[in-house]
Design a protein around this ligand. Structure first.
Ligand code: 3HC
Length: 258
């Protein structure tokens, strides 16, 4: 973790707050600015994860989706954090039980899976592994409620609830297009106007990140190679190989302003 990354993250939080404040304090922008300042004062950053964990009741990890790196981080934090500290991962598709297997507090570990854009999406998936204690599950549920979110309880199964349904749907949209059964634009329009989705599957894939989609589907297809709903897509693989990862690189299925 570098200072630059943390500065960028703080800017991101501030930008999100500005969007919210613009609406909620539209009549009184000065109070809106004060509100932003107050919130920002409560957020502190550190490039030293061990020191940060030493004074935390809850550690929520949202680092790169790599099992070994996550396991190493939790193994390290386990030595630094107090006994009572609960560990949670925001992984989209990796098994939580495996991620925290390097800790000596598996009863105090679970998953807290948020959705993009986090300030707008009300859901949080609270994941209990077979080792998560009822007290830990309860405290994770209470934490999400205190944030003003709605939690759902999930088992530690691939994709939990949302991604297990959403990713195969987005992949099937890709395959539908690859078979020549609909243009990208028409499939998106169809799902928005015919099924009431706020974004079509291609818009949503670009928003989530094509690399993330590929990572999730590759992981599942490795475990269940004969399951057709986990079958890879040539188009997705090609775009990722070209570095066209969606909104974050200004090009995926669509082009975006830089
Ligand atoms: N921070 C704060 N507010 C934001 C925001 C952000 N980052 N992004 C959007 N908003 C707010 C806007 O200010 C606006 O608020 P208002 O309606 O009160 O004025 C509202 O959201 C709508 O934004 P826009 O008018 O700019 O655009 P849209 O109406 O198209 O909505 C959207 C944008 C909320 C992203 C909507 O398209 C949507 O809900 N899309 C589906 C998102 C989704 O499915 N997310 C889940 C992805 S899967 C995932 O995250 C799991 C991971 O593991 C892969």
């Amino acid at each position: 973790m570098t200072d630059d990354v943390l500065k960028k993250a703080m800017k991101g939080i501030q930008a999100s707050l500005r969007r919210v404040v613009k609406k909620t304090f539209s009549e009184d922008p000065e109070s809106g600015d004060e509100f932003i300042q107050k919130v920002m004062q409560k957020v502190s950053t550190s490039t030293d994860p061990g020191a940060a964990a030493a004074s935390s009741d809850l550690v929520l990890e949202a680092i790169v989706e790599n099992m070994k790196i996550k396991q190493d981080l939790f193994g390290f934090l386990d030595k630094m954090a107090p006994e009572h500290t609960v560990f949670a991962s925001n992984t989209s598709s990796l098994p939580i039980g495996e991620i925290v297997s390097t800790t000596s507090r598996q009863d105090r570990c679970g998953g807290l899976h948020f959705f993009n854009p986090v300030p707008m999406m009300k859901l949080v998936e609270v994941v209990a592994t077979s080792s998560t204690s009822p007290e830990t599950a309860e405290s994770l549920l209470n934490f999400t409620k205190a944030l003003g979110k709605t939690p759902v309880c999930c088992k530690d199964t691939p994709g939990f609830i949302v991604n297990r349904l959403l990713v195969p749907y987005m992949m099937e949209a890709l395959r539908l297009h690859e078979r020549g059964h609909g243009s990208i634009e028409d499939i998106d329009t169809a799902m928005k106007l015919g099924a009431g989705y706020p974004m079509g599957p291609f818009e949503l894939s670009d928003y989530v990140g094509l690399d993330t989609m590929k990572f999730i589907i590759d992981g599942w297809s490795e475990k269940e190679p004969d399951n057709p709903i986990f079958a890879p897509s040539e188009l997705l693989n090609k775009l990722v190989a070209q570095g066209k990862l969606g909104k974050k690189t200004a090009e995926g299925f669509y082009k975006y302003k830089k």
